[in-house]
Design a protein around this ligand. Structure first.
Ligand SMILES: [Zn+2]
Length: 398
């Protein structure tokens, strides 16, 4: 009998797992993520009655495809690291937190290629979701690596989605589809927000929205990381949160997300699911939990997956407690498949099992950190988004 369940493309391959596991900022994380998902039976054809998983290897992006965003100078060097010297490396951001590493060229081709694979999977009628946990590299810039990010896969995916147009109606011009980028990582999505900031002015097609921590000197410093004001670009949105942000704060912040989503009504959503805001991450800035209560990461992702219309791409991002990142992305995969695992689920016995001590369950619970997002502050956030959503609605009506 024909399988009529909608497909969820899970983008991964052994080749990508090997090179992504060499990423200096997240050594071996990719191996943990995909191995846990497989051992929780998420790749089994009968895991979910609602949706079927389609294991999809990433394509290798060509120079030309990467050059759609990255500069030739950057690509000439990173795709053939024999091409430059120390001075070139420094100019291209390949020092400090972004050192060159073995397999870097393959990593860049595969992570960039996966973004394009995700978009081409969404072109298929039977596939309404794509999941790519090795992606979400939101700090990478056009001409340089930054913040542990070497390739701008989010931006490449958004550019590819922007090229999709609806089939033209028999009369009149074709309608361009709208794409919303929503970023849940602890850090501001500077690479992505800057990439579209100028081009999105006056355009009703693409909107970026980053919820993140901001404080003086906190990476990345950007004029775009502040709350929206009446004269800021309503298509480049930012919601900065203070220390200790918990489910309660995210539940309030989510009202702003819904306001914007309702006004913009996207056809495609790219959701960056960085997990460095979860409790237990070495960044230790937020106190967010994995699920399942309102405001948790799992709840936010299930709102997008289950209540928003349109097709979606879920990407990874930061997350420096690798077992917790594996837990989180396995759980989010089960949500994407329409069959959420219980957070009491025991970690199955497998090669990396000892790393899941002491709980050996799927849960990433909140800790004891105090939430410094006061009601007064959240009221300010609320009213800033109320105003900008009105402006957005007016701009879209033009
Ligand atoms: Zn981050």
């Amino acid at each position: 009998m024909e399988d009529t369940r909608p497909g969820v493309a899970y983008i991964a391959s052994l080749e990508l797992l090997k090179v992504a596991s060499r990423l200096p900022s997240n050594k071996n994380r990719s191996a943990l993520v995909h191995t846990l998902a497989r051992n929780l039976d998420l790749f089994a054809g009968d895991f979910s009655p609602a949706r079927r998983i389609v294991l999809t290897p990433p394509q290798n992006a060509t120079f030309k495809e990467l050059n759609n965003y990255h500069t030739k100078e950057y690509l000439d060097f990173v795709l053939d690291p024999n091409n430059g010297d120390e001075k070139t490396k420094a100019e291209l951001g390949l020092e400090d937190d972004c050192p060159t590493f073995e397999g870097m060229a393959d990593y860049i081709r595969l992570v960039g290629g996966a973004a394009l694979t995700a978009v081409s999977m969404l072109r298929e009628a039977q596939c309404d979701l794509a999941v790519f946990w090795d992606g979400g590299r939101h700090h990478a810039q056009k001409e340089k690596a930054a913040g542990f990010c070497y390739v701008a896969d989010c931006t490449l995916a958004l550019m590819a989605l922007r090229r999709i147009t609806q089939p033209p109606p028999s009369t009149g011009p074709s309608i361009k589809m709208r794409t919303m980028y929503l970023d849940l990582d602890l850090h501001f999505s500077d690479g992505v927000s800057h990439a579209f900031h100028k081009t999105s002015t006056g355009s009703a097609q693409l909107l970026t929205f980053s919820i993140h921590h901001a404080a003086p000197g906190f990476f990345p410093v950007s004029p775009l990381a502040a709350l929206p004001s009446p004269d800021s670009d309503p298509f480049t949105l930012s919601l900065p949160l203070r220390l200790g942000a918990s489910n309660r704060t995210f539940k309030r912040a989510w009202k702003c997300v819904e306001r914007v989503r309702t006004a913009f009504d996207p056809d495609f959503v790219v959701l960056q699911c960085g997990v460095d805001g979860l409790a237990g991450d070495p960044c230790a800035i937020f106190n967010w939990s994995l699920g399942p209560e309102e405001g948790s990461l799992g709840w936010c992702v299930s709102q997008v997956v289950n209540t928003w219309r349109g097709k979606k791409i879920l990407l990874g991002g930061g997350g420096y407690n690798s077992p917790n990142a594996a837990r989180a992305w396995a759980y989010l995969t089960s949500i994407a498949l329409g069959h959420p695992l219980s957070l009491d689920t025991e970690i199955p016995d497998h090669a990396h099992f000892p790393l899941y001590a002491p709980s050996f369950t799927l849960d990433v619970p909140a800790g004891n950190m105090q939430d410094q997002n006061s009601d007064d502050y959240l009221d300010t956030v609320d009213s800033a988004f109320e105003s900008i959503s009105t402006i957005l609605t007016e701009r879209l009506a033009k």
